[in-house]
Design a protein around this ligand. Structure first.
Ligand code: GLU
Length: 298
C-alpha cells in the first residue's frame, strides 16, 4: 500500500512540469463573472481574467477561453423588457425562447466587454459559437478545427460558448464544462483549467457533509472517483455540478489532456497552477489508445 508521502511526491513532480504545457483551455462559469448579490456582470473580475490570460499568451502559450455568461449578461440588459423579474439566470422557469433571446443579446454584450479588456492588453480575440452537432457532424467538426487552427496560428485568443440561440436541449452539450473538454480534445490541448466556485474534488459534497475530504491529485479516473460526483455540488448561476465536471474530466484526460478544477475566487491562481503550485484538483492525462470524441458526446 502506497503512503500519502509517495503520492504527494509524485504529485509535486507532476505539477512542476505543468509549466511546459503549450495549449491551454480555460473555462470560466457564469458564477465567476457575476456579482452574487445582484446577478450583474463583475467587470473587475473580467478585467483580471483578461489580464491573466493575456500574460499567459505572452509567455508563448496558445490560450482558448470557454466562457459562460451569455444568458446572464442578456438578462441584465433586458431586465426592464422582462418586467424587471429577478430569477435564476440559467435555470429559471421562464420559457426557453426567452433564455435564447437573452443569450443572443448577452453573447454580443459579453464579447464586446471581453474585446475591450483584451484590447487593453494588446490581444485579439475571436468569437466561436458551437453546439454538440458541430462536433458530431464530420464536416462541421473539420471546419471548426480548421478555424481554430488558423486563429491560433494568428495568435488570436478564441472565446468559445455554446450557440445558445440555436442549441435547445436536443442539440446542445448543455454545460460549458463538457464543452470546454470537447474543445480541449478537438484541439489536442495539453491542459484544461475549469475555473469554478468550488475548490476542486471532495470525497463527498462539502456543502452537505462535514466529513468530505479534499482530493488534490487524481492519477486515474476510476469508478471510485466518478462516484464522488453523484451528490453533485451545483453552483448558483451556471449549469455544471461536480458530476458534469467529472464527465468533462473523462473526455479531457482520455484525450490526453490534464485537467484542473480550481476555485476562481483569486484569478492569479491560473499563473500559480502553471508554476506548479498545489492548487485545486489535478486530474492526470490518461490517453485512451483509440480515443474517439463521438463516444463521449452521443
Ligand atoms: N452557455 C450558457 C451561457 O453562456 C452557460 C452554460 C453553462 O454555464 O455551463 O449562458
Amino acid at each position: 500500500m502506497e503512503t500519502r508521502a509517495v503520492t504527494t511526491e509524485r504529485e509535486t513532480a507532476y505539477r512542476k512540469q505543468l509549466k511546459n504545457r503549450k495549449r491551454i483551455v480555460v473555462k470560466v462559469g457564469s458564477s465567476s463573472l457575476l456579482h452574487p448579490e445582484t446577478g450583474r456582470l463583475d467587470y473587475h473580475r473580467i478585467d483580471l481574467l483578461a489580464r491573466e490570460l493575456s500574460d499567459l499568451k505572452n509567455q508563448g502559450k496558445d490560450i482558448i477561453l470557454v466562457s459562460s455568461g451569455a444568458t446572464a449578461a442578456g438578462r441584465e440588459v433586458l431586465r426592464s423588457a422582462l418586467g424587471g423579474l429577478r430569477e435564476h439566470p440559467v435555470h429559471g422557469s421562464r420559457p426557453i425562447t426567452e433564455k435564447q433571446a437573452c443569450a443572443a443579446v448577452g453573447q454580443a454584450r459579453l464579447m464586446m466587454i471581453y474585446q475591450k479588456f483584451f484590447d487593453d492588453y494588446n490581444q485579439t480575440t475571436a468569437q466561436v459559437l458551437m453546439t454538440r452537432d458541430t462536433v458530431a457532424d464530420v464536416l462541421s467538426k473539420y471546419n471548426l478545427t480548421n478555424t481554430f487552427s488558423e486563429l491560433l496560428a494568428m495568435d488570436v485568443i478564441p472565446i468559445v460558448n455554446e450557440n445558445d440561440s440555436v442549441a435547445t436541449i436536443e442539440f446542445s452539450v448543455g454545460d460549458n464544462d463538457n464543452l470546454s473538454a470537447i474543445v480541449a480534445a478537438l484541439l489536442g490541448a495539453d491542459l484544461l483549467i475549469l475555473l469554478s466556485d468550488i475548490d476542486g474534488l471532495y470525497t463527498d459534497d462539502p456543502r452537505r457533509s462535514a466529513d468530505a475530504e479534499f482530493i488534490p491529485f487524481v492519477e486515474k479516473m476510476d469508478g471510485e472517483i466518478l462516484s464522488m460526483g453523484k451528490g453533485s455540488t451545483g453552483s448558483s448561476s451556471g449549469t455544471g455540478g461536480m458530476s458534469t465536471k467529472l464527465h468533462a474530466g473523462l473526455i479531457a484526460t482520455r484525450s490526453g489532456c490534464d485537467m484542473v478544477i480550481v476555485n476562481a475566487s483569486r484569478l492569479h491562481v491560473l499563473h500559480e497552477i502553471i508554476e506548479g503550485e498545489r492548487r485545486g484538483t489535478l486530474f492526470c492525462a490518461d490517453r485512451e489508445e483509440d480515443f474517439d470524441l463521438r463516444d463521449y458526446i452521443e
